[in-house]
Design a protein around this ligand. Structure first.
Ligand SMILES: O=C(O)CCC(=O)C(=O)O
Ligand SMILES: [Fe+2]
Length: 279
């Protein structure tokens, strides 16, 4: 598997990055334009949020899917029976969020969206002609001003030993959306599944950005870009006592964007949410 770290500022960055996405479903970037200080501040402030009971005032809205998802209702990955060991908050610019935490999330959301548009332009530019011909509109247009793009702040609590047998932080899954932008978390654990079924640690020190293809781009590209299965495993030894925070941005097309002959973005999403058991 060729999953090397691509220097965003290098001359051949776009081609290398898109090659990695095609071959592995993942790409890792260093020297990208998202501010590290902003990420550090978000991680710190949200560790505080998850540690306080204030979170229960932001219970998620079933219809609109914004707000806090406690560990008791956390997702069950498609095809899995155990719940993940995680709690999370869904931020949308129009959704609920504690006032004192809003500005930096809005800043991050904006920076990451801008970067995502550039990366989608890279994908478009370096796709074979028969693949780009399938896209109903430019990929970066699909997500432009989309109200559906979701920033998830994830908190994986320390492992206590009381977890359900076999449960892990995030069971093997593919992402539903077009593309996911994920700053390297404050702890390891993210793995991708190779074609032979074995698991491989995603490289990336703090400061790297991990990007992966979601099911919607796999669908739209006729499978040329694979939505690779990934998971987050539990820590061992000393690290059990540490929680883990991560911050994936799930780029979602506008609802009426045509993904393929079979689906619009909205039809695809509704089908997947039902399968996840959160809707
Ligand atoms: O926490 C991580 O590193 C990955 C989370 C993830 O894959 C997801 O929420 O879809
Ligand atoms: Fe994921």
């Amino acid at each position: 598997m060729m999953l090397s770290v691509v220097d965003y500022t290098a001359e051949n960055a776009a081609l290398e990055f898109v090659t990695s996405l095609h071959e592995t479903g993942f790409g890792v970037l260093k020297n990208h334009p998202i501010q590290k200080e902003l990420l550090e501040s978000i991680y710190k402030n949200w560790a505080g949020f998850f540690a306080s009971d204030e979170k229960f005032d932001y219970q998620f809205n079933v219809e609109t899917q914004d707000g806090f998802f406690p560990i008791t209702v956390s997702e069950t990955a498609k095809g899995n029976s155990l719940k993940d060991i995680k709690e999370y908050f869904h931020y949308y610019p129009w959704g609920q969020v504690p006032a004192e935490l809003k500005q930096e999330l809005a800043d991050y959301y904006q920076q990451a969206n801008t970067l995502a548009a550039t990366l989608l332009d890279w994908v478009e530019k370096h796709s074979p002609a028969d693949v780009s011909a399938k896209f109903s509109i430019a990929l970066s247009e699909m997500i432009a001003q989309s109200e559906r793009t979701l920033l998830r702040i994830l908190h994986y609590p320390p492992i206590t030993g009381d977890e359900e047998l076999g449960a892990i932080r995030a069971a093997a899954h593919g992402d539903i959306n077009l593309l996911t932008i994920l700053p390297a978390a404050n702890a390891s654990g993210l793995q991708v599944q190779l074609k032979d079924g074995t698991w491989y640690d995603v490289p990336g020190d703090f400061g790297c950005l991990i990007v992966n293809i979601g099911d919607m781009l796999q669908e739209a590209s006729g499978g040329y870009y694979p939505s690779t299965i990934h998971r987050v495993i539990n820590p061992e030894g000393q690290d059990k006592t540490k929680s883990r925070i991560s911050l994936p941005l799930f780029l979602h097309p506008n609802a009426d964007v045509v993904l393929s002959e079979r689906y619009t973005a909205d039809e695809y999403l509704q089908e997947r949410l039902r399968e996840l058991g959160v809707k």
